[in-house]
Design a protein around this ligand. Sequence first.
Ligand code: BGC
Length: 831
Amino acid sequence: MYMARGVAFACVASCAFAAPVHRELLLDSVLDSVGHVAGTANSLVSATAESVATGSSSWLQWGRTDEESEPYVSTYTTDNSSQPKPELLWSEKVMLMDGVGYHEHSHTAKDGYYIGNIPPIKRLGLPSLNLHDASQGVRTHHAAMIAQVTSWPCALAAGGTWDPALVRRWGVALGYEFLAKGVNVALAPGVNVARVARGGRNAEYLGGESAHLASRMAATYIEGMQSTGVRATVKHFGFNNQETNRNYYNARVDERTAFEVYYPPFEAAFKAGVAAVMCAYNLVNGTYACGSKELLTRDLRERLGFDGFVMSDWWAVHGFGYQNAGLDMLLPGNRMLTDGSHDFFSPDNLAKTSEPGVVDTAADRVLAEVLRAVPTCTPPYCGQEMLRARATSDEHVALSRQIATESVALLKNGGRLLPLQSGSRVALVGSACDARNDIDAMLRQWNLANYYTIGGSGRTIPLSPASVAAGLRAAWEKRVEYAGEGPFHLPLDPAPPAVEVVNGDHDDNVDLAVAAMERADVAIVCGATTAAESEDRPSLLLDQSGFIGEVLARATIPTVLVAMTPGAVLLPFAANATAIVHTFLAGQETGHAIADVLLGRENPSGKLPVTIPLSEEQTVLPCQPVEGVHISSVAGLWTQGGGGGYGVHYDCDYTESLHVGYLGLHDEPVGFPFGHGLSYTSFGYEWAEEPPAAFPPGAGGRLELAVRISAEEGPASGGREVVQLYLSFPEGSGEPRRQLKGFVKTESLAPGEGVAVALQLTCRDLSIWSVEETAWVAVPGAFLVEVGSSSRDLRLEATFTLAATVCSSSDSTGPTAPTGTTEGGVADPEE
Ligand code: BGC
């Protein structure tokens, strides 16, 4: 019999130890069964996997127990939210508040359970909630899932497309992948603003340094995903802006900063109808986020209007009574301490510690989402979906390639080196051009990352991602042969560029690189770095920074630097590179996207959602413990007392307040500014209509700015521009200047074509959060609007005044309005 019950999940969340992954299910046979042949993992084949491939074992009843011999099938089939809500018994209410499916005193889920599980209410025929990660696609917490799901670009790459309509399509595709895998609650999107440039999870967040970008992307992602019946979870609320000591730092943030910088993406998610919020690991102003009434009740519900349910991050509850603060669901819900007393949401404990009405309210919120979620399988009977179903498709792979391609930002293009000219001899330099994808190592370590995928709970391991070298080879297929490892030089084909791969042995060797460059016309030099959950990056450098610096310094031919990163990066050698192409970790299609841009098959249109600084000093570093505070790291997580534990924390002051990321750097030189990204097309900007001199009066008023964008020179196939609107408040408002408040991505424009773009500002855009009035208050006075191609390439400006009486406070609290459309080439028709 197949050893299903011995199969353990890779550890989730904060586990610091290597995940116990059983080898029986490892790759080849399993992948063969879904139509993929793994080229790399032959050593892992086992007799047990054969029974998986043939489906001839008890595997399909994975996790079957003696008590429960038949799978439970919900009588609900689809969205039932319009039906009268069924009456729950008290025992059923508490079932909706406490996760199940994990082994006691451990971090592993039982066989057949998802990363998070809320049991079905069988008496009423209600389905289970099957919760699963999420940031780069369906989390491959089991080896068998690899290649059954798409390894998408990371969320930051999707944000870097500046294309909300594309992100909506991503949300839809993700929704269908989750459904195919039996998941009806996705643990995404992440929308924390990138305060700390080195943040280990910045790649999991949609909007980089901009609350506005995150808000726009979160809204369309959620609308897309939830249209499939999969409920979305916006996370991590709030101020989970670093991974260093994420269970111990106490974010001290002033209210205005919270409302203006960190809350808007969450608010946009609420307006888009997101089902759930995940509260964060850290403390906020002295209280753990998941137990903070100020955060979860006052801010989240009363001030931001959230009406879904709040789930805890995994093991983020450290005391009794968090439900009274506004936490509705504890996850994963298992008991972590041997005396059982810390099963905080057990029926007994909820009965003892809940204020009147709290359990009713929490259960009601979860029930509302149970009724909306599409019923799938019921754990533990999810073997078919979880391990066998193929969720990816050719269409999804194509969409993933499109997102990756649109996220590529061309940072520099000296002498119009790119796209590469046909016939050039190209030396491909650096191990990162053909980066490995060590699946076995990733399966052993839950948060191991590589240059294609982030590490941690958001990881979707690709089977055989396209490296830059593979992308170029595929693009030049049939004309170029791969000659194996080591430096080699292919004979020149007269038509296409030839490719030379240097250091196929992954040993970045400057002398070999220089020798190879001597035989070439152009060098493509690759560099990359990784990021993982539970730790911040040790620096902002590329892993090959020294090598690249030397190679570029010694190059005597034009060079293209290709950088693949999980966020901001230092490029101290940028001046020595002729051209620079940047992308965020971009999943299985990485190399195809980059090759398409290098070769001019695609015209780059990505823009940086983060600043590329000149030095680490220009960025906010992760808060570290002050002297005398002893954080005993993992040991402190699971024991009380001793040298650590949850009583220990240290303050992390958000002293930069509103001046986060690019907003604090306007007066300093930077490497490449926020919003930057070139195209092979040059675009002209002009006002299509005289900009209004005053904000128009009237309830719900908005100011419209009409801009005409014309493609000047460029490829006949056209190019897309992201038109950005930056707003500066009247003097004395205390606001950072030049805040991104609107953008539109045009459709593709061929030379000679143009489009009128409408950018809009609402009263809310002209408002600040008033702590005195606990409300958004519009600032009367003269505003400066600048429109351009990046935060530092501003082509048009206008001023307008806002009279004191024009915006009422209801205008200022209303939903954030769409901020841009185009005429004759609508950029985001559904917005
Ligand atoms: C992460 C969450 C994730 C959860 C479940 C936690 O470690 O912070 O983002 O959804 O684990 O895997």
